[in-house]
Write a protein that binds this ligand. Structure first.
Ligand SMILES: Nc1ncnc2c1ncn2[C@@H]1O[C@H](COP(=O)(O)OP(=O)(O)O)[C@@H](O)[C@H]1O
Ligand SMILES: [Mg+2]
Length: 497
């Protein structure tokens, strides 16, 4: 093969205006295709070629992944270029150059050469390690433009780099798609427990713990004062976990007659006691495959404690009056508002059962320990009530909100919910004010963060009350004029409207 030496045009050095593959870019498939187009365009420009094409191996097939000056819609683009040359390069893995295609006995007869008056053709393999993953093909139809050996060496190296870039982009694309899929799965596994309101750090800790135990079968003991949301958490664990399509069965265990509770939990055989007129399934059997929530567990009797231990240890239950056992598969979540540990210490609760129930303990904070969540919860309940009763949501006045936030809530979230429901009914307009809350005057504590105006009002109203609504006396004690007092009282009255 002869060659007329011509200086190789200098490679373009300017960087592309933006990275070809930007991290986080959507639809990476398109990005790979954009990368290939850019690679081919660079090769065509640097070689001053007329046409170019990148073909990539996909198994036994050859795909056109980029084309320059060859109409992309023309079917079987390979027949447009010199297919015999491309096949040879793919087979041998060696780059190829021909200067005078018309005269070359190997290619001259090919239709495509004649058709396009190709004078010079160049084809370089795209190597990835020792595999040829495709080729870059360039040709020139002009009489004077002939590729030389330098061009061939350059394109050969260029093709290697292009192969690495394409492979990188494709792996990136695959990883990106995998990441998206995993992220989707992860999001499903990481529910935000929307029905449980709480932005405070203490509740965030609870959510973290819930997420960690949600997908396992381990027994969870939920501790917390009455009304802190123990049952809500138990339900959330069940309905966000793998047993969500199976039953969630809750049984209150506090202050129940032992025989009644026993028959409820484990069922009974016909005739096992007066009134047992038929065989009865226990709740454990009904909960089979699902979750059993034992509420106020601290109060159960020693007999039931030992039966429960059997369920946890052997997965077996025996109906009252039965000689046979049944296998059940239940996840146990229990709750208590007492300290179960103390019950163990005082000998009222079996220690072995305690450890079986308390594989993980979730402790719910009292509402007063997360006072920051009170406004959120109050608004949540105002909205919930409105939705349930198909009425507009009532606003909570700033002063009422302050009283809510400062109250100690011995009955926790349940008490707040009841207070809100009641206040909505009591309030005669669209605003919930202090008087609608029915929180005793003595419990309307002043916050150290109260505004001066609010403090002023509080002090004046309290003094007025102490003076049996006697305004002259009140003004005297406070060292203000009667006029000022009247003015203020009128102002507050109109604010309350
Ligand atoms: N964090 C919370 N967000 C929204 N509602 C709550 C929350 N905690 C409790 N509640 C509501 O308060 C009431 C009492 O909750 P519950 O789970 O029965 O408490 P516990 O079992 O601890 O006595 C329920 O109506 C529940 O929906
Ligand atoms: Mg409860």
């Amino acid at each position: 093969m002869s060659s007329t030496r011509k200086p190789t045009p200098p490679p373009r050095t300017e960087a592309p205006s933006r990275p070809l593959i930007e991290p986080g870019t959507r639809v990476p498939e398109q990005e790979v295709s954009r990368l290939l187009d850019t690679v081919l365009k660079l090769a065509v420009e640097m070689m001053n070629a007329d046409r170019g094409i990148i073909l990539q191996r996909r198994g036994e097939e050859l795909d056109t992944v980029a084309a320059h000056n060859i109409p992309p819609e023309s079917a079987g683009v390979l027949s447009e270029v010199s297919s015999s040359m491309v096949r040879q390069v793919l087979k041998t893995g060696a780059p190829h150059l021909t200067h005078d295609a018309q005269a070359d006995p190997r290619f001259g007869q090919a239709d495509s050469v004649i058709l396009h008056q190709i004078t010079s053709m160049l084809c370089a393999p795209m190597y990835l390690d020792d595999r040829v993953i495709g080729v870059i093909y360039l040709d020139s139809q002009r009489d004077r433009q002939r590729f030389n050996d330098d061009n061939l060496s350059f394109v050969t190296i260029f093709a290697r780099m292009a192969a690495i870039a394409v492979d990188y982009a494709q792996s990136y694309g695959e990883l990106y798609v995998k990441k998206q899929l995993l992220q989707g799965e992860l999001d499903q596994l990481r529910p935000q427990f929307e029905e449980i309101i709480g932005k405070s750090p203490k509740m965030q800790e609870v959510f973290d713990l819930m997420r960690r135990v949600m997908n396992s079968d381990i027994s969870v003991l939920i501790e917390g004062e009455s009304g802190t949301g123990k049952e809500l958490v138990a339900r959330a664990l069940h309905y966000n976990g793998p047993r969500r399509d199976k039953p969630f069965v809750a049984q209150y265990c506090g202050n129940l007659a032992e025989s009644l509770l026993e028959s409820e939990l484990f069922g009974h055989k016909k005739g096992s006691f007066t009134g047992a007129i038929a065989d009865k399934k226990g709740l454990f059997e009904i909960a089979d495959g699902g979750t059993f929530f034992l509420d106020e567990i601290a109060d159960i009797s020693p007999t039931i404690q030992s039966k429960l231990l059997r369920v946890l240890q052997e997965g077996e239950i025996r109906r009252v009056g039965d000689t046979e056992s049944h296998l059940v598969n239940v996840r146990i979540i229990s709750a208590t508002n007492k300290s179960l540990k103390e019950e163990v210490n005082s000998g009222k609760f079996r220690e072995d059962l305690y450890y079986r129930l308390n594989v993980i303990a979730v402790t719910l904070p009292a509402l007063r320990e997360r006072a920051g969540d009170i406004p959120l919860l109050a608004q949540h309940f105002a909205k919930k009530f409105a939705e349930k009763n198909e009425m507009p949501v009532k606003r909570i006045s700033p002063r009422a909100m302050q009283v809510l936030a400062n109250y100690s809530w011995p009955g926790n979230v349940r008490e707040l919910e009841n207070t809100m429901d009641r206040a909505i009914i009591l309030s005669e307009d669209d605003v919930i004010d202090i008087d609608d809350l029915l929180i005793p005057e003595a419990d309307r504590m002043l916050s150290p963060y109260m505004t001066l105006k609010a403090r002023e009002r509080d002090i004046v109203l309290k003094t007025l009350e102490d003076c049996g609504q006697n305004k002259t006396r009140t003004a005297e004690i406070l060292g203000v004029s009667l006029r000022w007092l009247h003015y203020k009282l009128n102002e507050w009255k109109s604010q309350n409207k």
